[in-house]
Ligand binder design. Structure first.
Ligand code: PMP
Length: 442
């Protein structure tokens, strides 16, 4: 019996022993094409020689120094790198070990900002239903994923949830994308009014919704309207780019494509590409300045913030993405993947929608296409797809439908940026074979 407290205690897992580019290899020598980067993490693929060398070099010199005593060269260099490339206004970086911690830091920075400004009554958060912001209690409370929240509900702070931007299901027949975005903006505005604008701290959203909806971007103009509303009421905008950021959609931050800059941006996953656990919160100058000129101390912290080896790994990853021109590749490969998915599954009776941006794509599975009827969540179709795909030698990231039937099962694809065209074909072929096995009897 394994003594590891595994994610699923009733499953057994193949043992991963190696990685080569976009493939993972198990102890039996079976190869799996990593079409989801784990969970949108492995953007450079596995065993990248430059990153390995950077990690080796940093561990050899200084693996770790506690941030209450020292700063380190890799932490300073990574912050410089990120700020130089971030949209104007984001002027500093708070380093943590993953996405949930980045969200927790963003929430606490927002809270402290208003305390420094003498507005301590601002404590309400507004986020969106069908969103995921992490599994620690603050991040879980922020997310609107009913399934993940369900049993922990009594432990969660109160957060208002408004509708996500989910055109496939929620844009009304005959409604233009602009009118739909406007309707959602009005819903946000109404919630702010209900809470009292002077009591609201921040609005939190994923620019492209990952784990809970399956690579769903907003309609054009939605985030610009959200930004205007936040500004009008002095509310901070927190964009969670843990999954969709760091090049996954073809720009370093997905929100660049919306023409919007947030006050706080969370990043993780692709930042370290899995070579080390690392996340970060990008902080706007006005928040940094309010705290620097006020108490001068952010009342927060973890043992591993700014871990030197993690920062060295992330810097090597980000340099590789830039120097190898991988963002352009993400755009090109992303279009190629979307096109292949449409050719193969465009008329599939159980594929309702094929969507996404860059190398961040989702397929929504439906029992009946025209009515967009989801499969019964009890059937756990997503789990069967995952098993069938693993049998085929493909890693994809399927998620179950929502408890309220508001969304079907979906499959998220987020492969490494280093794929070639033949590997795009391999993803589609293997996914097709896996779906055929699972859906034959539907
Ligand atoms: N925010 C988003 C948008 C995510 O997708 C995730 C992870 N799936 C998180 C936060 C939490 O990140 P982590 O699992 O690294 O804590």
């Amino acid at each position: 019996m394994s003594h590891v407290f595994h994610r699923h205690l009733k499953h057994s897992y193949p043992t991963a022993v190696g990685g080569e580019g976009p493939y993972l290899i198990d102890a039996q020598g079976k190869r799996y094409l990593d079409a989801c980067g784990g969970a949108a993490v492995s953007c450079l693929g596995h065993s990248d020689a430059d990153v390995i060398e950077a990690v080796r070099d940093q561990v050899g010199r200084l693996a770790y120094a506690h941030s209450s005593f020292f700063t380190t060269e890799p932490m300073e260099a990574l912050a410089d790198f990120l700020v130089e490339r971030a949209p104007e206004g984001l002027s500093s970086v708070y380093f943590v070990s993953g996405g949930s911690e980045a969200v927790e830091a963003a929430l606490k920075l927002a809270r402290q900002y208003y305390i420094e400004r003498g507005e301590p009554q601002r404590r309400h958060l507004i986020a969106r239903r069908q969103s995921y912001h992490g599994n620690t209690l603050g991040a879980l409370a922020t997310g609107g994923n009913a399934w993940r929240r369900q049993q922990f509900e009594p432990l969660l702070v109160e957060v208002s949830h408004v509708s996500p931007c989910y055109a496939y299901r929620d844009q009304a027949p005959g409604e233009t994308p602009e009118a739909y975005g406007e309707r959602l903006a009005a819903e946000l505005e109404a919630e702010i009014q209900r809470l009292g604008p002077e009591n609201v701290m921040a609005f939190v959203a994923e620019p492209v919704v990952g784990a809970t909806l399956g690579a769903v971007p907003a309609v054009p103009g939605y985030f610009r309207r959200v930004r205007e509303i936040c500004d009008r009421h002095g509310i901070l905008l927190i964009l969670d780019e843990v999954m969709c950021g760091m090049g996954r959609t073809g720009t370093l931050l997905a929100a660049e494509q919306e023409g919007v800059t947030a006050d706080l941006v969370t990043i993780a996953k692709g930042l370290g590409a899995g070579y080390q656990p690392i996340g970060a919160t990008l902080v706007s100058e006005r928040i940094r300045a309010a705290i620097a000129e006020g108490s001068g101390f952010f009342q927060h912290g973890h043992t591993y913030i700014g871990h030197a080896t993690a920062c060295a790994a992330a810097l090597a990853v980000q340099r590789a993405v830039e120097e190898r021109g991988l963002l352009d590749r993400v755009v090109r490969l992303g279009e190629g993947l979307q096109q292949r998915l449409e050719v193969r599954f465009g008329d599939h009776p159980h594929v309702g929608d094929i969507r996404g941006r860059g190398l961040f794509r989702g397929l929504e599975l439906v029992a009946e296409r025209d009515a967009k009827t989801p499969f019964d969540p009890e059937r756990k179709l997503h789990a069967a797809v995952k098993r069938a795909a693993m049998d085929e030698g493909l890693m994809c990231y399927p998620m179950g439908g929502t408890l309220d039937g508001r969304r079907g099962d979906h499959i998220l694809l987020a492969p490494p940026f280093i794929l070639d065209d033949a590997q795009l074909d391999e993803i589609v072929d293997k996914l097709d074979a896996a779906l055929a096995r699972v859906l034959t009897h539907s």
